[in-house]
Design a binder for this molecule. Structure first.
Ligand SMILES: [Zn+2]
Length: 342
């Protein structure tokens, strides 16, 4: 007997079980957020993310296990080092809280009636029990992408170079998972024949990665002329290649267009500060992807017929919007401060 039988509504579960599930998903997300903090700080600086264990950057004292608990640890310490009272940035618990919340929300979205929005062809209620592992795979698939983009946005915000290896796990999942189960991509269909499924999985992934790569390359190229650094901080190209491979071309187009609008607004709101200029497009990509993951169904049902009906018009329009945003951002961006001219 499965935990949730087909006809069982999630909300009809006993309240304590529901609360336990909610806390569990939030806690798992919080722990991953905690690990993400380590990745965000150490990877761009060429340090190992495994050792040494977390230490206070001022006095060097090791962080005790109970103070390492996501969010709770920071609250227990009231935002100060236990040993030397040096302040600890509120950003750490904020990242942990946000990733915890994201894990909880996607679990609710996937398990509530109606089910995961990307399974448009088969209503979730009608899926056989054997599809439960698929739901777990899809959940991990989308969260890997979301978490990767959150880390990339924060690294760019710190004006650090986002390493390609940050995207490695998401790229690997985007390449391999659809070979076996193409429906993991929004609107994907898995035919009965195994080889045909693998061919479709590869083909849709290649289309998405190509569209994402061209859009990202064009955007970075236009922005770089003004920034005059060897490499644009917070490059879009790897992020959009990853989104395209994992979600397909019509989703990456929407993400790029949403990012274009969001980053332009952000640049205006932050009074054109350099950190905002660096990271705004990547922050936009992360927000658009999370938004699409959490509440894409309504939007997707309207968008997908348009995208597949008029692919050329949609591609030219979306690409044009992104390039227009890049030109405007280039005009609005401040020049880099002298000390980051490497
Ligand atoms: Zn200390």
């Amino acid at each position: 007997m499965p935990l949730l039988a087909q006809e069982t509504d999630l909300l009809s579960l006993p309240a304590p079980l529901l609360a336990f599930l909610a806390i569990w998903f939030f806690a798992v997300g919080g722990c991953i957020g905690s690990f993400l903090n380590v990745v965000i700080y150490r990877w761009p600086r060429g340090q190992s993310i495994v050792s040494p264990p977390s230490r206070c950057p001022r006095c060097g004292a090791g962080i005790r296990t109970r103070h390492n608990l996501p969010v709770v640890g920071w609250l227990l310490l009231r935002g100060r080092c236990y040993d030397c009272q040096a302040p600890i940035s509120a950003r750490y618990p904020i990242v942990e809280f946000l990733v915890g919340l994201l894990f909880l929300l996607l679990a609710l979205q996937s398990l509530l009636p109606g089910g995961p929005w990307w399974l448009l062809n088969e209503p979730w209620r009608g899926l056989p029990e054997s599809q439960w592992p698929c739901l777990a795979i899809a959940y991990s698939y989308y969260q890997t992408l979301n978490v990767t983009l959150i880390a990339a946005a924060y690294i760019a915000w710190d004006r650090q170079r986002v390493p390609w290896k940050l995207y490695a796990l998401a790229l690997l999942l985007g390449l391999v998972a659809p070979l076996f189960w193409n429906e993991v991509r929004p609107g994907g269909v898995t035919p009965q024949h195994g080889w045909e499924a693998a061919r479709l999985g590869l083909w849709h992934g290649a289309q998405g990665a190509l569209v994402g790569g061209v859009l990202g390359f064009g955007f970075d190229f236009v922005r770089r002329v003004k920034m005059r650094t060897g490499e644009v901080p917070g490059r879009l190209e790897p992020a959009l290649v990853t989104c395209g491979l994992m979600l397909g071309w019509s989703a990456v187009l929407i993400i790029a267009a949403a990012s274009a609008v969001l980053s332009l607004l952000w640049l205006l709101v932050t009074a054109r500060r350099w950190a905002g200029a660096c990271s705004a497009p990547l922050v936009g990509v992360a927000l658009a992807t999370i938004g699409l993951t959490l509440c894409g169904r309504l939007f997707w049902e309207a968008w997908q017929p348009v995208a597949s009906g008029h692919p050329v018009i949609v591609l030219v329009g979306g690409g044009g919007l992104l390039m227009l945003s890049a030109v405007l951002q280039r005009a609005l961006s401040p020049l880099p401060p002298p000390h980051t001219s490497e």
